[in-house]
Design a protein around this ligand. Structure first.
Ligand SMILES: Cc1ncc(COP(=O)(O)O)c(C=O)c1O
Length: 382
């Protein structure tokens, strides 16, 4: 690496934006002494999220993984049941299936998109299938219509993993409110953050009441410490919720910035023979949490996403390949019953580029130029 390159400022993949009232509300929560898992900001955050999602009630959790775990319990998933899950996802969507001792059934991606292929769904259903997890990966909504149709015909619950999709819409509905239960993540790298945090959403208010009960140690009587079921301590703290309220005030700007960034990448890459771009379904709006693009191996034979990621990282530009598919992960290899060649293809050739809502146009120009330079070099060598 030359010194000139080493001195370039680092461009992160996805950094939080802690502007607006974030500091004020966190200070207010600290000053009030309500620092733990009850307090006015928790209530306010859940109510404002309920308004955003146009539901009666939402439940804030300690993180998105906890939200997904509770969602499986709400869906009534029992040990030995099967849960269909996209293979190409962050590991959390799959880990939670084992938390309830159910069996993950891996669902392949589309040939033209990283998201799971609705046409391959019905073949995965068996008498043991209880639920389908849909993932709006990198913020691109799944086409939910065929999924809801299959679920209705087979009496299955649909859990929307909308961890990456705050701000995304499918047929006019916010992602997270479409299935039986939806889950969000507010991890530090997400479009809006509470440091760590999550949310459970459902149009079924009875399910939300049960979610509140389960995340509060299944407390039946606070005075006598009576608990009629095994519960969990999955609550979000008031300090984190204060951050959440402030972030929610700004989320439309954060989402707009990410969408603008994605559009600029797509415009720069259009027509490039070595790059394949991805578009969400026609009736959907992506949250564009992370911009994803894939190499066309015919144009740059022998190169993979990892080669691009390393080249960019050498230039202080943080990039990463698409997630390693679940069926290839060590704990889940015994459950790899169905081939997922498209998921493997996208993981081999797909990579994410810096997408922070704070990314400046000159930084993005540098990222685009670096990608182009690397490709020119590879094509020149061929
Ligand atoms: C698709 C997906 N599902 C679930 C999660 C889990 O969320 P958390 O990290 O808040 O537990 C994440 C993010 O981290 C994610 O990207």
């Amino acid at each position: 690496m030359s010194n000139a390159v080493a001195m370039q400022p680092f461009i992160p993949l996805s950094e939080p934006c802690l502007e607006g009232n974030t500091w004020n509300y966190v200070k207010d929560a600290l000053d009030s002494g309500w620092v733990s898992s009850v307090g006015p900001y928790v209530t306010r955050f859940e109510q404002e999220m309920a308004y955003y999602f146009n539901v009666e009630r939402t439940v804030a959790t300690v993180n998105g993984t906890a939200a997904l775990h509770i969602a499986l319990l709400l869906a009534g998933v029992q040990p030995g049941d099967e849960v269909i899950v996209p293979s190409l996802t962050f590991i959390s969507s799959i880990n939670v299936i084992r938390y309830v001792q159910a069996t993950p059934v891996f669902w392949d991606s589309q040939a033209t998109h990283w998201n799971a292929d609705p046409a391959k769904l019905e073949a995965l259903i068996t008498p043991k299938t209880k639920a389908i997890i849909t993932v709006h990966l990198y913020g691109h909504p799944m086409n939910m219509e065929p999924v809801l149709d299959v679920a209705a015909r087979h009496n299955l619950k649909v859990i929307e993993d909308a961890a990456e999709a705050m701000g995304a819409y499918w047929q006019g509905q916010p992602c997270g409110r479409i299935g039986t239960i939806g889950c969000l993540s507010f991890n530090g790298n997400k479009t809006m953050t509470t440091g760590g945090g999550g949310l459970i959403i459902s149009q079924n208010t009875a399910l939300m009441e049960r979610a509140h009960y389960l995340i509060n140690q299944a407390k039946d009587d606070a005075l006598t410490f009576s608990h009629d079921e095994v519960g969990y301590n999955y609550r979000l703290t008031n300090v984190q919720a204060a951050m959440g309220v402030a972030q929610l005030e700004q989320v439309s700007r954060f989402v707009q910035n990410r969408q603008d960034i994605a559009r600029r990448y797509s415009e720069a890459f259009v027509g490039h023979p070595a790059l394949l771009r991805f578009a969400p379904p026609a009736d959907a709006i992506s949250s564009d949490w992370l911009y994803g693009v894939a190499l066309n191996p015919e144009a740059v034979p022998g190169y993979t996403a990892m080669d691009m990621v390393k080249a960019l990282n050498d230039q202080q530009i943080q990039s990463r390949p698409f997630f390693k598919p679940g069926h290839l992960q060590k704990p889940f290899q015994p459950f790899a019953q169905h081939p997922c060649p498209n998921a493997e293809h996208w993981q081999r050739y797909g990579f994410n580029l810096p997408s922070s809502s704070t990314l400046m146009p000159d930084q993005q120009t540098r990222v685009i130029q670096s990608v182009m330079d690397v490709l020119d070099q590879w094509i020149g060598q061929a």
